[in-house]
Structures are given as structure tokens and as C-alpha cells.
Design a protein. Structure first.
Length: 144
């Protein structure tokens, strides 16, 4: 299965499983905080147009796909405008889905439209986290 199809499938599984995870699938508070910190730092880098910093939070696979920080930032601007410049951000509880850690983040864009950004997280050999993809799903309603 191609990487995008795999991420989309996991994202849909995330949506279906929200609120239905068992205690054995619980993610530690420390891991949840670390994941949130990485995503917040990448969002701050996007806000500052700091391509190098934003790229530094991506997994090796993402970095290999886009080759340069500038290519990565250009892709985010073009394909993920709400992630590039969210008007609001609300973190959901991270979920373990099919042995993958997914972090849902509800965002609104500058038109007040709601989105669910589902981040696929990857643990690194040093136990840190990196972002290994993001899928967006439009949500009904608005922030107002």
C-alpha cells in the first residue's frame, strides 16, 4: 500500500476509534506531551516561515521525499493552508491505531471552517518523536 493510502487508512481508523481505545492502548502522559510539543513547534515554525525548523520536526522519510526544507514548506503552503496558518488549534487525545500513534488536532482556517489534522507520529531511536505525515479532513460546522 502506498504511503498516502496507508496514512489515509490510519486516519480514518483514528476517526472511528476516537473515544474507543482500551487502557492497554493508552499513551503515556509524557509521550502525549512530547508529541504535542513537536507539533506545536512545527506550527510555530510555519508561522515564522522558518522552513529549516519546520523541516527538522519531520521524519527521515518525509525529509527524503521533499529533499529540502524549502520544498517542504512550499508543499505545506500549497496543500495544507490550515496547517500552515491555523486560526485556532485544539489538541485531541493521541490514539494508538494499528500500532501507529496518531495525534488529532482540530483546526480552523481563516474562514472559520473546521478541519481535523491527523498527524502520524514516529518514535525515533533516541525515544524522541517526529511527524511522519498529516492527513486533513474537513469537519462540519465552524468555530462560531
Amino acid at each position: 500500500m502506498c504511503k498516502l493510502a496507508q496514512i489515509l487508512t490510519l486516519g480514518l481508523m483514528f476517526i472511528a476509534s476516537t473515544g474507543a481505545r482500551s487502557q492497554t492502548d493508552a499513551i503515556s502522559e509524557a509521550d502525549a506531551q512530547s508529541i504535542r510539543t513537536i507539533i506545536e513547534a512545527q506550527l510555530a515554525a510555519f508561522s515564522a516561515d522558518d522552513a529549516q525548523a519546520a523541516f527538522s520536526f519531520a521524519s527521515d522519510g518525509i525529509r527524503k521525499t521533499f529533499s529540502t526544507a524549502e520544498n517542504f514548506l512550499a508543499m505545506v503552503k500549497a496543500s495544507y493552508p490550515v496547517v500552515y496558518r491555523p486560526a485556532s488549534v485544539l489538541f485531541l487525545d493521541p490514539q494508538k491505531v494499528a500500532d501507529e500513534i496518531m495525534q488529532g488536532v482540530e483546526m480552523s482556517d481563516d474562514t472559520d471552517r473546521l478541519w481535523l489534522a491527523i498527524y502520524r507520529m514516529q518514535r525515533q531511536p533516541d525515544n524522541s518523536w517526529r511527524i511522519d505525515g498529516c492527513v486533513l479532513k474537513s469537519l462540519p460546522g465552524s468555530r462560531s
